[in-house]
Every structure is written in C-alpha cells, then in structure tokens.
Write a protein that binds this ligand. Sequence first.
Ligand code: PMT
Length: 245
Amino acid sequence: QRGMGRLAEVPQIVETLCAVLGRRGDLAGKRVVVSAGGTQEPIDPVRVITNRSSGKMGYALAQAARDRGAQVTLVAAPTALPDPACVEMRHVTTVADMREAVLSACAGADVLIMAAAVSDYRPARVAAQKIKKREGEEEEGLLLHLVKNPDFFLEVPEGVLRVGFAAESEDLLANARVKLEGKGMALIAANDITAPDSGFNVDTNKVFLLDRKGGVEELPLLSKYEVGHRILDRVRELLSGPAPS
Ligand code: PMT
C-alpha cells in the first residue's frame, strides 16, 4: 500500500538513523565509491557466466562508510539485497557496465573500494537466440570461446585512493601482494575463501589487510559490516598521510 502516513520499513528507519547520526563521522565530506556483487556476462538471452558473490561484503562496506559520514556511491552487480538507505545506487550487469559506472563515479571521488567479483572472461560472441541442444553433440559438447575483460582498476585516476580485494583459494598473501602492487592499490583485503564462514555469500569474513609498506594485519573473523569498518579505519589513516600515487 502507498499513501500519506505509511510508515517506512523498520530496517530502512534504522539505516536512515545510522546515516543521520554518522553525518559528523570521521569520513564526513569524503566521497567513497564501492563496488559489490558478481558481474554477469551473457551467453545467450537465457544464460550468463557469473560467480558466487552475493554482494554482502560491498553492501556492508557502503553502509559502514555512510555511517561514518561519507557520501557513498555503490556500484552493484546483480544481488538479492535491498538498496541501502542514503546511498547513491548504480545498478549494473556486465563488466563493461561496471567499468563505465565505476570510472564515472570516481570523477571527484576520494576513495574507491572494489569488493565486487568481476568476471575475468566473457563469451566472445553473445548468441542472439537461445542456444538449443543438438542431437549427436554428446561427444564434443558445447564449446564457448571466452575473451578477457579489461581490468579497469588500472584506469582509475591516480588521485583516488584505491582499495581492492583478493579472493584466493591458495597462496593467499603472495597472490594478494601481486595484485596490490600490480594494480596500484594502496591497500588490499586478502580474502580466504576456503573457510566456510568467510568469503562468498556468508555474513562474516576473515581477511588480512596488506599495505604498500609491506605491512600485514590479520583481522579476526568479523561480521562483514565490522570488516568494512576496519578497512575504513585504514582508509582514514591513508587519507591523512601523503597523497596516493
Ligand atoms: O559478495 P560476497 O558474497 O559478500 O563475497 C565477497 C567477495 C568474496 C566477493 C569479496 O570479499 C572479494 O574478495 N572480492 C574480490 C574478488 C576477486 O577475487 O577479485 P580479483 O582477484 O578478480 O580482482 C582483484 C581486484 O581487482 C578486485 O578488487 C576486483 O574488484 C578488481 N578487478 C578485477 C577484475 C577486473 N576486470 N577489474 C577489476 O577492477
């Protein structure tokens, strides 16, 4: 039902209160862009290539930044989550959409935090019609030719403080450090996805924070909202230090 006097849903009231109470927080006046969710690359009008990201980590980060006074833009690949209150939403589907939305939101932003799981590959050709099963294809199966997507992290303007995530199933810290340095990030959250209560589609997360000075901070298992705050504590420190390069 709609009409004058209808009360907003309780979670929305609570979130709005958190946003209002946080207006004078330590990120007041800062513009923060967060990406969340798993991008989808179409195969045909019915099927997509995607991954297990639920969007929970990115949404929690956006809420945490909002609750510390930041002006937040959340670039969200498809998720089942409701839009957070008092956050500017950009809904996207493919990597190309996410690239455009992130790069345009980064103009004039102070911080970018990429929690999204971005598809590394997409089908070279999207079939205009639904691909049908064919008789006699049991032997060879259906072959999909995949091409690489652009890694737009490298295109983000240098003045924006860049924070990334690395979801790894092996050699967590070594792989995360390669991404931190190769992608010009100031900080990376190395995300162990082998534990059942960490990583994709759960409410908690276990991460290590790696910085450009060689520092490694191991965080305990925390709610994703709390992980968001711990990342933002580090962002706050980095913003008050020398300008990012
Ligand atoms: O959504 P949830 O269910 O809560 O799960 C959270 C999460 C596990 C998805 C999240 O915490 C996480 O780890 N996200 C990063 C996933 C990942 O492995 O990213 P990557 O290693 O492919 O990329 C490294 C960084 O570069 C990421 O910050 C990514 O957003 C960014 N990237 C990647 C590819 C690309 N083409 N462009 C990018 O900017």
